[in-house]
Design a protein around this ligand. Structure first.
Ligand code: UDP
Length: 415
């Protein structure tokens, strides 16, 4: 089986890393995996790939040629079309909601290649928010053969849209797998921990760290200005330190630097390596974000997160008590941060059970793919009536053992 895994942006690299590692660990002549980087966020993805020790097999390098979403979309379709014709994969795995993912899914669909959608079924219910991500994930949802839903809520959403239950498997979110990998390294590598302590030694132990990410397209312009107003007010408190890794988009950099650069207790830093960002999340009192992934990571680490958006596709975070939607009104942001600083976690500490998973999502995804591949429905391609969820449960061990055996046999022959 030939699998193509597409990544293009920082969150895709983080969340696909566990799936890529799992697939690559099973590599054999029978099971080949090709990692394709589109280059949508080349610079921000590079350190993530280094950290997870992933070398893309193909790099489309699309970004330098592109400006608008349409130009990016069409370039990815064209480049993927040529690449898929060369590789002839059995399945293309895309993640989430990026332009790279939607365009790659469309290219695969046109070549009648199966599509697996990781992190399927997230919806805000508003086509324009987040933009263009909500549209991208709905498009992929129409094209995919296998839907890997991170939660029951995402599964229900897909079923409500008419996706056959048999094609959905609830896996948990791979971000939990990625986080566990980072946490294990932080635990087991004192030198890494020491390096991070030194890197952030400008943060005093008594200070409440407010970690910020803000760069969503809907917030560009007024939204970013209002967020900066809120941060400027929070920085007046002597017991606070604000750390804001500023996105490379000039439409974020310019207003943020203009408004906040040089302000006491505000630390504007370049985008951080993933391990640095996780380290800071662990040290934070509260996280302010308009990101998607951070809404999953913060509750997974037991940290309160204030979401600077009007809608979320992660209702599980809000239900866990650790996330709250605050929009971008400075009053609301400042009030919510002060409440958390005053009263501690607005919720009752770490959630008993992480709503986003148990760290075994990648295993389930690969298990379901292998199981479906080895089942009769793969040839017929209908999938109807035969549940991939069952495949994942019943066939994972069998499929894994078979695959491991053949990989092992090949290795022995090679030696
Ligand atoms: N992140 C990171 N370094 C940073 C800021 C964020 O590694 O300086 C990680 C963060 O932990 C999360 C991901 O990047 O996993 C979120 O990326 P982004 O906000 O670009 O995308 P979204 O999650 O909104 O799709």
């Amino acid at each position: 089986m030939r699998t193509v895994v597409v990544i293009g942006t920082r969150p895709e690299a983080i969340k696909m890393a566990p799936v890529i590692k799992q697939l690559k660990s099973l590599s054999s002549r029978k099971l080949q995996t090709f990692v394709v980087s589109t280059g949508q966020h080349q610079d921000m993805m590079r350190p993530i790939l280094e950290f997870f020790q992933i070398n893309p097999d193909f790099d489309l390098g699309v970004m330098p040629k592109c400006g608008s979403i349409n130009s990016l979309f069409s370039t990815v379709v064209k480049e993927m079309d040529g690449l898929l014709a060369r590789i002839e994969p059995d399945i293309v795995l895309v993640h989430g909601d990026t332009t790279s993912a939607a365009a790659s899914a469309l290219a695969a669909f046109h070549q009648k290649t199966r599509i697996g959608h990781v992190e399927a079924g997230l919806r805000t219910g508003r086509l324009d928010a987040p933009f263009p991500e909500e549209a991208n994930r709905r498009i992929i949802g129409q094209l995919a053969d296998l839907h890997f839903a991170p939660t029951q809520t995402a599964q229900s959403q897909l079923i409500a849209e008419g996706v056959p239950r048999s094609r959905i498997v609830v896996t948990g979110n791979t971000v939990v797998d990625a986080l566990q990998f980072v946490l294990a390294r932080l635990r087991n590598e004192p030198l890494l921990r020491k390096r991070l302590d030194e890197r952030f030694n400008f943060l005093a132990p008594h200070q409440h760290i407010i970690l910020v990410t803000g760069h969503r397209r809907e917030n560009l312009g007024n939204g970013i200005d209002r967020i900066c107003d809120a941060l400027a007010r929070l920085a007046q408190s002597a017991n606070c330190a604000i750390v804001y890794p500023v996105h490379l988009n000039p439409r974020v950099q310019k207003p943020v630097l203009k408004r906040l650069a040089g302000m006491p207790r505000v630390y504007l830093v370049p985008p951080l390596d993933y391990v640095e960002f996780v380290y800071l999340m662990l040290r934070s009192t509260v996280i302010l974000t308009d990101s998607g992934g951070v809404q999953e990571e913060a509750p997974s680490l037991g940290k309160p997160v204030l979401v600077m958006r009007d809608v979320t596709e992660r209702p599980e975070a809000v239900a866990s008590g650790l996330a709250r939607l605050v929009g971008t009104e400075p009053e609301k942001i400042v009030g919510a941060v002060q409440e958390i600083i005053r009263e501690g976690n607005v919720c009752s500490g770490s959630p008993v059970r992480n709503p986003f998973g148990d760290g075994r999502a990648a295993e389930r995804i690969v298990g379901a793919i292998l199981g479906t591949w080895q089942s009769p429905s793969w040839e017929r391609r209908t999938g109807d009536g035969e549940s991939i969820a069952e495949s994942a449960d019943k066939l994972f061990d069998h499929a894994l053992v078979n695959t491991l055996h053949s990989a092992e046999r090949e290795r022995r022959v090679a030696h």
